[in-house]
Design a protein around this ligand. Structure first.
Ligand SMILES: Cc1cc2nc3c(=O)[nH]c(=O)nc-3n(C[C@H](O)[C@H](O)[C@H](O)COP(=O)(O)OP(=O)(O)OC[C@H]3O[C@@H](n4cnc5c(N)ncnc54)[C@H](O)[C@@H]3O)c2cc1C
Length: 523
């Protein structure tokens, strides 16, 4: 039965949900408070006398593209014709404080050769392969129990009748509950630099590897087995492709439309209320607004209070410098990490003390490596991201930014060899935790939704089908299965699929099932 669905927010999660719900035949109205569609996947142009410099403002690393493939396949379309993507190798180039440089390679033999080059004779390649085996198993278990379904807690992951089957218990044991991701990494790869490199998979979800559950090591397999990808024209192409898909399918996409409340009667959603006083009646709502803020600000009452007190913590925030440079640094790869001198000091500052790290890790996107359209010839649109704590009341980033910008530039000079970077900047712009908080209406400036902290249940987030309000569904980085491009797009798919099932819709067809499956991706 076709129903009217309102999607609140046009992040990658909201756009995915809108496209899938519409592809399944539901009438869709998407409401976005900003003047652009795509949420954090926004674009910035810096015009200069040399020419234009184009920056992706938010996400730059695309992994697990089969999620996007499934969303396009829901509408009978092939991803590659609508959003062409390019595989990147090396996946990351890493710069360490002791002068070591190492490339993270997707291809196993190349990675083993790289490990042997940076740490000869220590048989660390064997440990890396053991880590990857664990990561693969954790990914298998995640695919079986966590992914593609609306999970809120451990009970949702399993069929009760199956709980005591030996193979299920084996899978639960494999999750290594009680162990941290950093612990698993160091057990198999006892080398300070290589462990620091692998720790940074956990930065994809804005969490402390020392507090994140071991299951997040699955990201290591997602990336090595399925690759790191660059959408032609920048990551923004993903948001544009999804918006075009949803629009062509017939979804109504409205910008400058802020939802300020839900019309809930007898525990059932009946409509949404907009800031300008408009009320839109609907049969279901998919909220891509931060899940905790959805419950506390749009639902409110007893349910809102309960979510406010469940103990969820915002993931980290960040500072981004968008630097138009009149030079390309040939020694940078597309994605680069310039690592802190001491990961424990860094993570302690960001995640425990709640202060910017004194010597941070900087992530760089030097997009000209693979895309000549990002900057004028011989120049670079250099994107520099440093993770910071979520926004505390005493953090005044207008005051803090100039000094922290200098800390970051000094770090790039010292550890990545960008010695003349300050002389090369011809234009620049910045994004601070305060900007992130205001632009994207998130929880305390969080980049990646909710932190995955807690070695037993840290992976669980508010579920995609509300347990409290009938007709309310959630997607985005603060909902299951979590943040990062593939996961938020999966969360949009899950929310639309759950809604479609609840409303008696047609369900997923075989072509979409195949397009999103791991077996297909691995060939
Ligand atoms: C600097 C930065 C770097 C990142 N790097 C990466 C990366 O390399 N790889 C990766 O995978 N991920 C990365 N991420 C994370 C990734 O961008 C996010 O996980 C993802 O884009 C978030 O999508 P979302 O669906 O949660 O929605 P969001 O992008 O958070 O968008 C939510 C939208 O909802 C709108 N909204 C909120 N409330 C309302 C309301 N009441 N009414 C109407 N509209 C509303 C907001 O305006 C916003 O447009 C990065 C993020 C940032 C900021």
């Amino acid at each position: 039965m076709a129903s009217h669905v309102v999607v609140i927010g046009s992040g990658l999660g909201g756009l995915s949900a809108a496209a899938v719900a519409r592809a399944r035949g539901h009438r869709v109205t998407l409401l976005e408070r900003n003047p652009w569609l795509g949420g954090k996947a926004a674009v910035l142009d810096l015009p200069t006398p040399m020419g234009n410099f184009r920056f992706d403002m938010g996400p730059t690393i695309l992994t697990v593209p089969r999620v996007l493939r499934r969303i396009f396949a829901e509408a009978g379309r092939a991803l590659d014709q609508h959003v062409p993507i390019l595989k990147l190798e090396p996946q990351w180039r890493c710069f360490f404080e002791d002068g070591t440089r190492a490339d993270l390679m997707g291809e196993l033999d190349a990675m083993l050769a790289e490990i042997e080059r940076v740490a000869p004779g220590r048989k660390l390649g064997e440990g890396y392969q053991r880590f990857q085996k664990v990561a693969r198993h954790l990914h298998d278990v995640s695919e079986k129990f966590f992914f593609w379904r609306p999970v809120e807690g451990i009970a949702d992951t399993m069929n009760v009748a199956d709980n005591f089957k030996p193979e299920v218990l084996k899978d639960v044991m494999a999750l290594r509950m009680g162990q941290s991701a950093a612990g698993v990494i160091r057990k198999h790869v006892p080398d300070a630099n290589l462990a620091q490199m692998l720790d940074h998979y956990m930065q994809y979800v804005g969490s402390n590897p020392y507090a994140a559950p071991a299951v997040l090591c699955a990201i290591g397999d997602m990336q090595s087995a399925e690759g790191v990808w660059y959408p032609k024209g920048g990551t923004r192409a993903v948001a544009e492709g999804l918006a075009k898909l949803a629009g062509e399918l017939g979804a109504e996409l409205r910008t400058n439309a802020e939802v300020t409340g839900l019309d809930i009667r007898d525990g059932v959603v009946r409509g949404v209320l907009l800031a300008d006083g408009e009320r839109i009646a609907c049969d279901a709502v998919i909220s891509n607004m931060d899940s905790i803020r959805t419950y506390t600000e749009l639902v409110g009452g007893r349910v809102g209070d309960a979510y406010a007190h469940k103990g969820f913590e915002a993931a980290c925030s960040g500072v981004v410098l968008y630097l138009a440079l009149n030079k390309r640094y040939e020694h940078l790869a597309h994605h680069d990490f310039v690592f802190s001198r001491d990961p424990e000091e860094e993570f302690d500052a960001i995640y425990k003390r709640g202060e910017p790290a004194p010597d941070p890790t900087a992530y760089l996107a030097a997009t000209s490596f693979s895309d000549p359209t990002a900057a004028p010839e011989g120049a670079e649109a250099l994107y520099v991201l440093v993770h910071t704590p979520w926004l505390r009341p005493h953090h005044d980033w207008k005051r803090m930014l100039p000094a922290y910008r200098q800390v970051i530039l000094d770090k790039l000079k010292r550890t990545a060899g960008l010695t003349d970077i300050e002389d090369r900047i011809i234009a620049e712009a910045h994004l601070t935790p305060q900007d992130i908080h205001e632009r994207y209406k998130v929880l305390n400036g969080a980049i990646y939704g909710l932190a995955s902290h807690g070695t037993f249940t840290g992976a669980f987030k508010p579920g995609n089908r509300s347990r409290d309000i009938r007709g309310l569904y959630l997607c985005g980085g603060a909902a299951h299965p979590g943040p990062g491009m593939p996961m938020v797009m999966m969360s949009g798919w899950i929310a639309a699929d759950a809604l479609d099932q609840d409303l008696g819709g047609r369900g997923m067809d075989e072509a979409a099932r195949i397009a999103g499956s791991r077996e297909t991706a691995l060939g």
